[in-house]
Design a protein around this ligand. Sequence first.
Ligand SMILES: C[S@@+](CC[C@H](N)C(=O)[O-])C[C@H]1O[C@@H](n2cnc3c(N)ncnc32)[C@H](O)[C@@H]1O
Length: 343
Amino acid sequence: MPRATLLVPVLLAALPLPGGPRPRHAPQEPGTAATRAQDPTTRAKADDALADAVRRGDVDAARRILAEAQAGTLEEKGGTFRSEMLGAEIVHLPSVFPPHEGEYYVGPFLVDHARLFAGKRCLEIGCGSGILSLAMAKFGATRVVCTDINPKAIESVRENAKRLGLAGKIDARLVSKDDMAAYAVIGKDEIFDVILSNPPYSLDLDAPDNTPLIDKGDLGFSMIRGFERHLARDGVAVLFFNSLFYHQLIVKFARHLGYEVRTHNALGMSPWEFEALFNHYARRVAERERVPKEALTFHHVVDNLPFALTIEMRQFEPKANPLVEGFATGKVYRGFLTVTRKR
Ligand SMILES: C[S@@+](CC[C@H](N)C(=O)[O-])C[C@H]1O[C@@H](n2cnc3c(N)ncnc32)[C@H](O)[C@@H]1O
C-alpha cells in the first residue's frame, strides 16, 4: 500500500490526546510526529481540534488538520512568546524552532547556573529564536556569539536582542548549508569560556538535511572536536542532546578524546532515532533474507515508533552529581551533559 494511503488511518488510530505545553523532548508524548514538533500552544490547539473532529466522526476535518500538521504549516506561522526567564516577550519568525523548549527544559539549568555566565565569553550553537543566548547575556555574559542554519532564526535573535536592549552583546551568525560544521562561522582564534547547545537531538547519517530535530552528522561530533581549539582551558560546554542514543554516543566520543564528561542521562529516545537505528539493522536483515530493503524499512509515523522509552533502569539513575564544579544544586537535569578538560 502506498505510504500516503497508509498514513491517515494510522494517524487516526493513534490520535493524540489534548494536552498542555509539552515541548519536543517530553516523555510519554502521545501526539503525532507532525504535531509534536510544533509550537506547543499551537500544537495543543491542533490536537484539540483533531480530537474534536474525530469525536464528531468528521473524518474530512480530521484529515485536513493532519495534512496541515504534516505539511508543517502550523509551525510555519511563528509567533510571540512570553519568557519568564527573560522577563520579556520574544518573537520567533515563521520556520524558527519555537522558544518553549528553551524556556521549560533548558531554562531551569541556566537559571540555576546563572553565575556561570557572568563576565564570560559565550557561544551558542543552534540558537533558534535566541532564547538561550539572550538568557546568557542577561545573566552577565560579556559577549555572546550564536549561530544557526536558518536565516529566520538569525533575524529573530537580532530582533529579540534589540527588544531586550542586548544588541551590543549578541553577535548572531548565519551558518551556510554548504558547511554546517559546528565552528564554520567561528574564527580560528575565537575562544569561549562557555559553549552551550540544544542541538538537533536525533542522529541520522542517512538524512538528506539538518533540521531542528535531525543532525545528519555534521554538527555534534564537530562540536566536540572543536573544543580543542575554541573552548577555554578552564571553560565548560553545556549540551542538551536529550535523546538517549545521541547523548550516550557524545558522552563516549568526548571521553575518548580525553575530556572530562559529567552526565545526567536522557530517559527517552526520539522516534527519528528509533527509525534510523531500526533501518540500519533492518537493511542487514533484508540483505540476508534477500528481500528488497524497502520491504523492511521503518517510518516513525507509519510504524508508530515510540517518542520515548520510559526507562526504568536503575543503573541509569544519575546521582545528583553537580554537572558544573561549584554548583551543587542537588537537582537532576535530565538529558544534560557537560564537557571540560581533565584537570
Ligand atoms: C532544537 S533547536 C534549538 C533552538 C534554540 N537553541 C532553543 O533552545 O530554542 C536546534 C537548532 O539548531 C539549528 N541547527 C541545526 N543544524 C545546525 C548547524 N549545523 N549549525 C547551526 N545550527 C544548526 C536548527 O536550525 C535549530 O534552530
